[in-house]
Design a protein around this ligand. Structure first.
Ligand SMILES: Cc1cc2nc3c(=O)[nH]c(=O)nc-3n(C[C@H](O)[C@H](O)[C@H](O)COP(=O)(O)OP(=O)(O)OC[C@H]3O[C@@H](n4cnc5c(N)ncnc54)[C@H](O)[C@@H]3O)c2cc1C
Length: 401
């Protein structure tokens, strides 16, 4: 069997390692448009802030591919997959044949299609190359506008502030992390962000970016407010990298729909990670949720199933962990918008800056928000992942021993 994996990040490498155990002698080609071996995207914001060095982001060395007897093709983008002829086409003209293919091509930051997005000083942060662009282009002082108050936007805003830049964070919603926090947790987070010296502007979005001599000078928000700035960084969600599937019916705008074995509508093509549209563990519906542990878990299942193991992916369990200068938030499972019919047990200790909100449905934990005291998160995630019946939900007053 000839195996090909597109993508050499969380999902692609987890798949390659698993597949090698199931198929010790078969050829496995791993293709990535990035030239580097596996590195940690979650650490990129710490690299940007200067808290870690570039050496710290590597998760695998150059010898990785050799040790697993993989054939790497690095630094070459895939431009087309032809399911009929079982062929992967590369930008340089090379064609790689496969018997079974895994697509683990991840996702890339979305832009908004605004006037001025092509100016120097407009950034996103997804790859080491993005970080290099930021390092080369950011001024030592001045103002940066970060658009988007999701987890990556918040971490990036923190990193930029740590570099000594003034940061304005623009959020479309009325609070930060609007998909996963209720108003109580959001107000604690708001306080923490403000204490970091970051300005927050809610219910706003950019309408245009203005420049001078090709360089960003200001950003205009809906409503007309103009913010003078030296750089703009977009963190407004991601789009799956599936352009090379144009002309096939394998992908939608959400990604590549997969079944519980991570197989696409073509039985010889599997998908895993941020490019896959997989099932949610708690709702049983497909969900666009992009996190590293899910990419690894899906990659492992897909790697085994490339070799015909017939494993089943339990489903994606959303989880977020955010740590901003000693302020910790962990969320998981269903967000506040999806727990309207649940029994909610919550407790707030303002003096300690701690908050806990647990959502139970039919005696099972389905949603979690922890602010401040996050030590028990692992236990809660076990309860959610296994959907263990909890005979008596923990009551307020008994939550913090
Ligand atoms: C700044 C930042 C912070 C984050 N923080 C966290 C966090 O704290 N916790 C968390 O769980 N998640 C976090 N994430 C999200 C996490 O990094 C992703 O969910 C994870 O990287 C997904 O892995 P993946 O393998 O599916 O895709 P990716 O990591 O996107 O990798 C895709 C791979 O496919 C390759 N590729 C793409 N297109 C092509 C093509 N056309 N041809 C060939 N190769 C191609 C790429 O080069 C790469 O090797 C963060 C992400 C960012 C950017």
């Amino acid at each position: 069997m000839r195996y090909v994996i597109i993508g050499a990040s969380a999902a692609g490498c987890a798949a390659a390692e698993t597949l090698r155990r199931y198929a010790p002698h078969d050829p496995i080609t791993v293709i990535s448009e990035e030239a580097q071996p596996l590195y940690s995207r979650p650490l990129l914001t710490y690299l940007l802030s200067g808290e870690i060095t570039r050496e710290a982001v590597w998760l695998k060395g150059r010898e990785y591919f050799q040790e697993l007897a993989l054939e790497p093709i690095l630094g070459e983008p895939v431009t087309r997959v032809d399911p009929d002829s079982h062929a992967v086409h590369l930008l340089g003209g090379r064609v790689v044949a496969y018997d079974r293919l895994l697509i683990a091509s991840g996702a890339r930051p979305r832009l908004l299609g605004l006037l001025g997005e092509d100016l120097a000083g407009v950034y996103t942060l997804r790859t080491l190359a993005d970080w290099q662009r930021l390092e080369a282009g950011l001024p030592p002082t001045g103002r940066v506008v970060v658009v988007g108050a999701g987890a990556v936007g918040l971490k990036t805003a923190d990193a930029l502030a740590r570099r000594g830049l003034q940061v304005t964070l623009v959020a479309r919603g009325s609070q930060p992390l609007s998909r996963v926090l209720d108003p109580t947790a959001a107000s604690l987070l708001h306080g923490a962000i403000t204490r970091m010296g970051i300005e927050l502007i809610y219910q706003s979005w950019p309408e245009a970016i203005w420049g001078e001599h090709g360089q960003v000078k200001a950003l205009t928000l809906n409503g007309g407010r103009e913010i003078p700035c030296d750089a703009v960084l977009f963190s407004v969600g991601v789009a799956p990298n599936v352009e090379f599937l144009a002309g096939t019916d394998l992908a939608t705008a959400e990604g590549i729909p997969v079944d519980q074995g991570m197989t696409s509508s073509d039985p010889d093509i599997l998908a895993a990670g941020d490019c896959a549209h997989a099932y949610h563990l708690l709702t049983g519906k497909r969900a666009g949720y992009h996190i590293w542990p899910a990419a690894v878990a899906q990659g492992r299942i897909a790697g085994a199933n490339l070799a015909g193991a017939g494993l089943t992916y339990d489903g994606l369990l959303p989880q977020n962990s955010l740590s901003l200068r000693g302020f910790h938030i962990i969320t998981g499972g269903l967000g506040p918008q999806d727990t309207g019919d649940c029994e909610i047990v919550s407790e707030l200790d303002l003096s300690r800056g701690q908050y806990r909100r647990l959502a139970y449905r039919d005696g099972r934990l389905v949603g979690l928000i922890l602010v401040g005291a996050v030590a028990d998160a692992g236990i809660y995630f076990q309860l959610m992942a296994r959907q263990v019946p909890v005979p008596e939900p923990v009551q307020p007053g008994r939550m913090w021993g």
